[in-house]
Design a protein around this ligand. Structure first.
Ligand code: SF4
Ligand code: SF4
Length: 416
């Protein structure tokens, strides 16, 4: 069985990782559900928000030096990082070569795919970049939310980018966002992505709240994180947010199709991660890990934040030009961010039958109260619960196969 590749977001949970946003929130698209494009409110002074050569060089040097492991993984995101042009990434590779010493460098880039061309793909292939491309499903589903500033859908441009990646043999995976409408078409989404020849898929639920009047005044269009220890008053969900039960139903419908036809052939990372945790390994992703806070974000100006969902002034940890990465991670873990994910779980979670699989989900989405009125429950709880309970029997069967030295894919025959 081919080994599943690690996708970009959500973030890994061990060691120290930094996701780079070398063009800040700038993007050529204007997807309705994007949580990052509003960060332009914090970037009033930058014109194109391009990371300077000084910041880039210091980041690459400090990041390589901070890694104990022999392999150093760089993740480039945006906004849309390809807006920086190939020359920026040629410089990235040049700096990495000169600063890597004995370490091996691995790069991945997250893109909407619309600006990819042959030149880009030749470069990505030559330097072994792993590409995460955002594709939500067939045209009518993808274009429902993924539009440019003039409101035009981006499907054709993204598919063209995907085909170019395939043509040049670039390693890639698909990141499919599950917003409200998308969740209503699980099989249309999954089967379309499979038909496009994609082997690695990750589903990302979309959840945002409307901003408070104070947030609106500073130019934000979405609410920031809530305090996990206090009841959150603002439960005004943005209309594109997925409905919790529908997210659970979406995952279940895809799982039911996958477990019958695609085990060992198509890697849905959400399912791979669930099985990985079920067999006793620590979660590979932050949202279902006990704690988070080790995957920092560097903005184009060198500012470091605890997570790309926490790019707000209150969560700024320092700047790459003046501060040490390990010190910033320590501050991130102890500031009430990373450790608090575990320490603030409501009793309802602590007594939950699927706690080991779920771990309460991402703190950014924990703005609900539990049935006994404790704060800090995840908005997606009903969906997570439904999904993790549903797949238990299948996971038990796959574990038995593994323990008997049989391929996990035999589960498909057993179901037949
Ligand atoms: S807040 Fe924590 S769990 Fe949520 S995305 Fe950030 S690192 Fe992951
Ligand atoms: S399913 Fe709900 S109750 Fe259970 S751990 Fe997840 S968020 Fe908590």
């Amino acid at each position: 069985m081919k080994k599943p590749l690690q996708l970009n977001p959500p973030k890994v949970v061990r060691g120290l990782h930094v996701i780079a946003k070398p063009i800040g929130p700038m993007c050529n698209l204007n997807c309705e559900y994007c949580f990052y494009v509003e960060k332009t409110a914090f970037h009033k002074t930058c014109e194109d928000c391009r990371m300077t050569d000084e910041v880039l060089a210091v980041f690459i040097e400090k990041y390589i030096a901070s890694q104990a492991a022999p392999v150093v993984e760089f993740v480039w995101q945006g906004g849309e990082p390809t807006l920086l042009g190939l020359s920026f990434f040629e410089r990235v590779v040049e700096l990495q070569k000169s600063l890597s010493s004995t370490k091996t460098i691995v790069n991945s880039i997250q893109t909407n795919g619309t600006l990819l061309d042959d030149k880009w793909c030749l470069f990505l292939k030559q330097h072994d970049f792993m590409v995460g491309i955002s594709l939500d499903g067939p045209r009518e589903i993808h274009d429902y939310y993924r539009v440019d500033v003039s409101g035009e859908g981006s499907f054709d441009r993204t598919i063209r980018g995907l085909r170019l990646l395939q043509k040049h043999g670039v390693e890639y995976n698909v990141i499919a966002c599950v917003a409200r409408e998308t969740a209503r078409h699980p099989l249309a989404v999954y089967q379309f992505i499979k038909r496009e020849g994609v082997q690695f898929i990750q589903f990302v639920p979309i959840i945002e709240r409307q901003p408070s009047s104070v947030e609106q005044q500073i130019g934000l269009r979405l609410a920031g994180p809530s305090n996990l220890e206090q009841s959150e008053e603002n439960k005004d969900i943005a209309p594109w947010s997925v409905i919790p039960e529908e997210y659970g139903d979406f995952l279940i419908a895809v799982y039911e199709d996958w477990i019958r036809h695609d085990v060992g052939k198509t890697f849905v990372m959400n399912f791979e991660w669930a099985l990985n945790t079920w067999i006793g390994n620590p979660s590979a992703v932050c949202i279902h890990a006990k704690q988070c806070g080790r995957a920092l974000v560097i903005e184009n100006n060198g500012d470091i934040f605890a997570c790309d969902h926490y790019v707000y002034p209150d969560y700024r940890l320092g700047n790459i030009l003046s501060d040490d990465l390990h010190t910033m991670v320590k501050a991130s873990l102890l500031s009430g961010f990373g450790v608090e994910k575990e320490s603030s779980l409501p009793r309802f979670c602590l007594e939950c039958e699927v706690l080991t699989a779920c771990q309460g989900g991402c703190p950014k989405q924990r703005f609900e109260n539990s049935h006994d009125n404790e704060p800090g429950l995840n908005y997606l709880c009903p969906g997570y619960r439904k999904f993790f309970l549903h797949i238990r029997e299948y996971q038990r069967a796959m574990t038995t196969l593994m323990m008997n030295g049989l391929p996990v894919s035999d589960v498909m025959k057993a179901i037949d």
